[in-house]
Design a protein around this ligand. Structure first.
Ligand code: NDP
Length: 300
């Protein structure tokens, strides 16, 4: 039986199907906010499913993934360190996820496992929610006229770079600790963009353009009160600059504090977490995600 092919049990229909399962695959997973986000959404729509944490050591990854084909499994989220390594274990990979080279959502559809990346469109939805860009046909978000300054070249930055390029952004600049890694990412994006790269330790030649969006996709600020960008570099940016930090725990990183002190608009990664989760929910259930319920659950 397919766990998902049609809309799964809803409050409206009052259907009492079998208990369904969905969960997070990664190692570690205990810190994750995803159950907090997904379970209230499943409950609100009367979907008889539980969102579980599936801590998976590397040697159990294949077994864990294939178990998703079993009856009653809607699919899964995937987190560190498996977003890249799950790709060859899936039956079908969505073109955007294949391009990014990372999957964060798996859907069991007719016993075939389909992989998606909802981090990338989740970031664009988050930026739009913070008042940037405009909504176009089929939910596409245009960031035409903006310059994106992307800090990082890891998995999250890679998704962000493809998402930003697809949004029609004017200019994309990449800064990373490892310049080589930034150059590799730029080379992928450069098919459609001139994409200058800088080392994070030497950002002095960074030209501040108007309508800039600075996005932190490094883990700098996650464990220590440090900023990936020196305050004097940030201070050179125009007053219309928006600073987005993908980190959501702590809720205010050093970068965000610096930006707010300079009276720049700024937001943390909770909105991206919300939107990637809502998109994953829609893929599993074929129903619109109850966004406000998910948002309230996340803020609690
Ligand atoms: P990766 O491990 O793939 O990449 C880490 C990045 O941080 C690399 O660019 C790395 O640079 C850089 N970095 C790490 N340590 C340092 C340091 N000491 N100094 C300078 N740069 C450093 O991680 P992810 O891309 O998966 O995640 C990045 C961040 O994004 C994390 O904080 C994560 O929590 C957040 N995130 C948030 C999401 C959301 O929904 N809000 C979703 C996904 C991620 P180098 O290449 O030189 O090693």
């Amino acid at each position: 039986m397919s766990a998902r092919n049609t809309v799964v049990g809803s409050k409206q229909s009052g259907s009492k199907g079998p208990q369904l399962r969905v969960g997070l695959i990664g190692d570690p997973v205990a810190h994750s906010f995803s159950p907090r986000l997904q379970q209230p959404a499943l409950d609100a729509l009367g979907i008889p499913a539980t969102y579980e944490l599936w801590r998976t050591p590397a040697e159990q990854l294949l077994v864990r993934i294939r178990a998703l084909c079993q009856q009653g499994y809607l699919g899964a989220n995937v987190t560190i360190p498996y977003k890249e390594s799950v790709l060859p274990l899936l039956d079908v990979v969505d073109p955007l996820a294949a391009q990014i080279g990372a999957v964060n959502t798996i859907v069991n559809r007719d016993d075939y496992l389909h992989g998606y990346n909802t981090d990338a469109p989740g970031l664009l939805r988050a930026l739009h929610e913070h008042g940037l860009g405009c909504l176009q046909a089929e939910g596409m978000i245009s960031l035409k006229g903006y310059t994106a300054v992307l800090l990082g070249a890891g998995g999250a930055a890679r998704g962000a770079a493809f998402a930003l390029a697809s949004s029609g952004i004017e200019r994309l600049v990449i800064l990373n600790r490892s310049l080589e890694r930034a150059q590799l990412l730029a080379a992928l994006i450069q098919k459609s963009y001139e994409c200058p790269v800088f080392s994070l330790s030497d950002p002095n030649f960074l030209i501040p353009h108007s309508s800039s969006i600075i996005i932190n996709a490094t883990s700098v600020g996650l464990h220590e009160e440090v900023s990936p960008l020196p305050a004097d570099v940030l201070a050179r940016f125009n007053a219309d600059t928006f600073v987005y930090d993908m980190i959501y725990n702590p809720i205010q990183t050093n970068l965000l504090l610096q930006a707010r002190t300079m009276e720049l608009r700024a937001a943390n990664g909770l909105s991206m977490l919300l939107h990637q989760g809502a998109l994953a929910f829609e893929l599993w259930t074929n129903q619109s995600a109850p966004l406000e319920i998910m948002r309230a659950a996340l803020m609690r």
